[in-house]
Each structure stands twice: as C-alpha cells, then as structure tokens.
Design a protein around this ligand. Structure first.
Ligand code: C2E
Ligand code: MG
Ligand code: MG
Length: 511
C-alpha cells in the first residue's frame, strides 16, 4: 500500500497549530480529516499533548494562586501578631503608638489634640492567682469587650500587657474624654460571671488630656502616672494627670528603692499606742505602728511608705520585721508576764495574710520567745476582708486555732454587714475614727454609733473605738456602754516603755 500524497494545506495547518501552542495558546486544536492518514495521526497526537499541557498548566496556575493566597494570609497573620493582642484581639502597644502619632498629626492640621486613658484592673492578680489563668483570660477578654462598647468608632482600645489597657481618644474634648473614662470605670466595676462564680475587679484609670505638640510617649507616660495616682488614692477611681504627680511618682520610686536597705540597716522603728479599758481605766494592750527613721528625710509615717511597700513587694519583709520585733518584745516584757490581759496588736495588709508562710512564721516566733498565742492580735482592714483580698480565710482560721486573736480594723469605712461579721473568723472589731468624729455635736451620729456597738456585741465580738481625741468623745462613748478605746486623748503612739506606763485615769488624761 502506498501513502496518498501529503496535502500541503494540512501540513501548513499543522505547523500553524504547533506555532500557536508554542506561543502559549494551549486551547488551539486542529481537527483530524476523514482520511485518517498519518498526518491525522500526528494531528490527534498533538491535540492529546495539547490537552495534557493545558491540564498541567491549569493545575500549576491553581497551585500558584493557592500559594499566593496562603502567603497573603501569612502576611496578614504576621501583621496581626505584630499589631494586635492575640488574646483579646485589641490593638497592641505598637499599633496604639501608630494611631497616636496619626492623631497627633490630625491635631497639627486643626483637630483637637488626642487624650489617653490608662486602665489597670485592681484585683486581677488575686483572681488570676486564686481562680487560675483560664479564668483570668476570660476576664481579660470580657474587659476588652466592655471597653470596646464604651468608646467611639474613631477611638482605639489597646491591651498593653497583663491587666493593663489603654484607650486613645483622637480629636476629643476634655469633658468627652472624662465621660468615656467614667463610663469605662462603671462598666469595669460590674461583676464578672465565670462559670458558676461571680467575681469583682474594679479598675483604676488615669486620664491625660493631650496638649498641642505633646509626643505620643509623653501622653502615655502621663496617663500612666495618673493611673498610679488613682491606685494610690484608694483604687476604683479616675484621676486626671497633673504635673505635680510626677514628683509624687518619683518620690515613690525613690522610697521603693531605699526600703529594702532600710529594713536591713535597722531604720524601722515601732511606736506602740495603748488600748484602754474605759470602764476600769486600765491599759489592756498596745497597737504596734511602724515608722521609718530615714537617714536624710527624718521620721516617715506609714502613709508615706506602706502603700509603696505593698506595690514593690517589700511589705512581706517589713511585716516579718514587725512581727519579729513585737513578739520578741512581748517575750521579754515583765509587764506582759504579770498581766494576763495584756495583748499586742499588729496590722497586716491582705497581701501579708495571703503570704503562705505567715502561720508558720508566727507559730515559730511565738514558740521561740515563749509568748502565748493569745497575747497577739492581728488587725486586718474591713475593706481587705470584704473584697476577698485576703484570699481564702484559711490562714486566719489556722491562726485562730493557734490561739492568735484577729480583729477587723477601720470598721465602718467599708460595707460589711453585721451578719457577715459573724461569719468571719474574727474576735474583735475596731470601729473607725471617722464614725465618732461628730459624736459630741450630732445626736443622730450618737444613736448610730450606739446601734453599731450593740450589733457588734450581739455578734459576740469585742469593740474597740479608735481615734478618741477628747474627754467629751470619751464620755459619750462610755455612756453608750463602749468598753475599749484608743486615741490621742488616751495615749499617743510612743516607745514601748512610755506606752505601757500604768494607765492614768482616762478621765484626767490629756492629749
Ligand atoms: P490604723 O491601724 O487604723 O492605726 C491607727 C492610726 O490612727 C495610726 O496612724 C494612729 O497613730 C492614728 N491615731 C491613733 N489615735 C488617733 C487619734 O486620736 N486621732 C487621729 N487623728 N489619729 C489617731 P499611723 O501610725 O499613721 O498608721 C496609719 C496606718 O498605717 C494604720 O492605721 C495601719 O493601717 C497602717 N500601719 C501602721 N503600722 C503598720 C504595720 O506595721 N503594718 C501594716 N501592714 N500596716 C501598718
Ligand atoms: Mg490598726
Ligand atoms: Mg484603724
């Protein structure tokens, strides 16, 4: 069989097809002729190859598209990581900084300068330590949600780390900024429900109204200073930055840095203030009050350094020193040996009660100095007990089992109910000075204090009224049946040997 002559036109079409395919037109095809000869075989082969190529090419294109999308996503993820907080989805410090600089540029072009809020949760550490980090995380997420709801669309809520948040308010009036701060405070003061638990953690908020030309760093630093002032002024408040706050902040830093050495170098002192049985006119104990004999600044009072000691963590060491000194003093005092009623009262902050070594430390020192446990009473403020700041009540219960007394200090400044008092592991209530300040002029106040004293008695607890400054106040209290008192009129805080002098009659005592 001989092949029929090759048709030039079909060869030409075939060449053309190859050229098109080579040029990247993978859709090009040539139809085979009815002849089904060897040219048609080549055409069919090339069509098949073209199909194959086309498929490979499409798959490749799809893969490239997929990889590109993945790369884009990774880039966005990286951006998120770099600019947003992973837990809450809020802006992080970097993005906040960018937005601040932007808000400052707007202000240069005529908008009002931005304001900054700095927020720190007051009880977060207690919750986190007590209920676990999972719970802590849930609360942080909820805080983020609440804050996002109180701001305007143009504002930026950021998490700076831990339980610290910031809000940038671009182009804002001072009134508006304050209103947002107050709303944030109100939102954060609401309870958090986590599983079957309800917990509270208020916040302290510092506000800095930006000035024209103020840098982002300074704006944030000043809001931070104001936040510390809010913490120092009793937490749960909003404070607006004032320049003099820097002095206070610097002084606090200075004090914190010197406190450790002060304890080691024996610069702390104790004064003791007598607690008097008003009916019998006898001293029944003394409250130990710490002072710092500072080498250059003179005598510093607790208000100057206790809060700093708490923030800086020195309070545990300071508390050790106080307990050590008081128990040692009790152990070698003939007065204590001869008077079985005589007790020493020591103040503890919630964080000291939470410290896990407290019970062992006290048991050890009592044993070492041969002091019966009943001679020591620990005072914890009402607010500390109410907010659950002391952690569990286990250590108080353990101390009472040891025989150590416990007292609620500054009663009347918090919100405890008498029924709550009865459930607390305490023996004694120290009624705050503020309750009796007007007792000689205000009859309603007299009735109020009388009712409180009755309720304390009905709860089976002893009452000591603090801050008695005059004979008139004392007379009023005695008439109300008040048994124990403390105050400048009865004896000022003094060195041990002066504080425990046999009681003068409170009636004739002079401030
Ligand atoms: P506090 O426990 O309520 O102690 C009573 C405070 O009132 C003392 O102030 C005392 O000097 C003062 N005071 C007593 N009588 C009167 C009075 O008639 N009128 C007036 N206006 N004040 C009177 P101080 O010594 O400055 O102590 C302040 C607070 O510092 C104490 O309040 C206590 O909470 C805390 N503190 C003192 N020593 C320690 C300590 O060793 N550890 C801890 N954690 N806190 C302490
Ligand atoms: Mg006290
Ligand atoms: Mg007190």
């Amino acid at each position: 069989m001989t092949e029929p002559p090759i048709d030039d036109r079909r060869l030409e079409q075939l060449v053309d097809l190859i050229v098109q395919l080579a040029a990247g037109n993978l859709g090009a095809r040539l139809e085979a002729s009815p002849a089904r000869d060897s040219v048609d075989a080549v055409i069919t082969g090339i069509n098949l190859l073209a199909d194959e190529l086309d498929t490979i090419y499409r798959t490749l294109e799809e893969r490239v598209a997929e990889r590109t999308a993945e790369l884009d996503q990774a880039k966005r993820d990286l951006e998120r990581l770099a600019l947003y907080d992973a837990l809450t989805g809020l802006a992080n410090r970097t993005l906040l900084g960018d937005r601040m600089r932007l808000a400052i540029v707007w202000a240069e072009r005529g908008a009002r300068p931005p304001s900054a809020l700095l927020l720190d949760l007051d009880e977060f550490k207690t919750i986190n330590d007590g209920l676990g980090h999972g719970t802590g995380d849930l609360i942080l997420v909820e805080v983020a949600r609440r804050l996002t709801h109180v701001v305007r669309d143009t504002d930026t809520v950021a998490r700076l780390g831990g339980d610290e948040f910031a809000i940038l308010l671009p182009d804002v009036s001072e009134d508006e900024a304050l209103r947002i701060a107050e709303r944030a405070l109100a939102e954060l003061s609401k309870p958090y429900v986590v599983g079957d638990r309800t917990v509270w953690s208020g916040a302290s908020i510092g506000v800095c109204f930006g000035l024209r030309g103020q840098s982002a760093d300074l704006l944030l630093r000043d809001a931070d200073t104001a936040m510390y002032a809010a913490k120092a002024s009793g937490k749960g408040t909003v404070e607006v930055f004032r320049p003099e706050m820097h002095h206070t902040a610097r002084a606090r830093l200075q004090i914190a840095s010197e406190l450790g050495a002060a304890i080691d170098d024996n610069q702390l002192r104790l004064d003791y203030q007598p607690i008097i049985d008003l009916q019998a006119g006898e001293i029944v104990g003394v409250e130990a009050l710490v002072r710092w004999q500072h080498p250059t600044r003179g005598r510093l009072m607790p208000a100057d350094f206790i809060a700093v000691a708490e923030d800086s963590g020195h309070i545990i060491e300071l508390g050790h020193w106080v307990l050590d000194t008081v128990i040692e003093r009790l152990g070698r005092s003939p007065r204590v040996a001869s008077d079985p009623r005589f007790k020493a009262y020591v103040n503890l902050l919630p964080v000291e009660v939470r410290w896990s070594g407290l019970v062992d430390l006290i048991a050890d020192r009592l044993h070492k100095h041969k002091v019966p446990a009943g001679r020591l009473v620990l005072e914890i403020s009402e607010t500390g007990l109410m907010t659950g700041d002391v952690g569990g009540l286990e250590s108080l219960i353990a101390l009472r089992q040891l025989g150590v007394g416990t007292a609620i200090d500054d009663f009347g400044t918090g919100y405890s109910s008498i029924s709550y008092l009865r459930r607390l592991p305490v023996d004694m209530v120290k009624v705050d000075q503020s309750l009796i300040a007007d007792i000689t002029t205000d009859e309603a106040q007299v009735r109020f204090v009388g009712a409180i004293l009755h309720l304390i008695e009905a709860a089976g607890l002893d009452a000591v009224v603090e801050g008695i400054e005059s004979v008139d106040q004392m007379d009023r209290l005695v008439a109300l049946g008040c048994r124990y008192g403390q105050g400048y009129h009865l004896g000022r805080p003094a060195a041990w040997k002066n504080a425990i002098l046999p009681a003068r009659s409170p009636r004739t005592a002079r401030p």
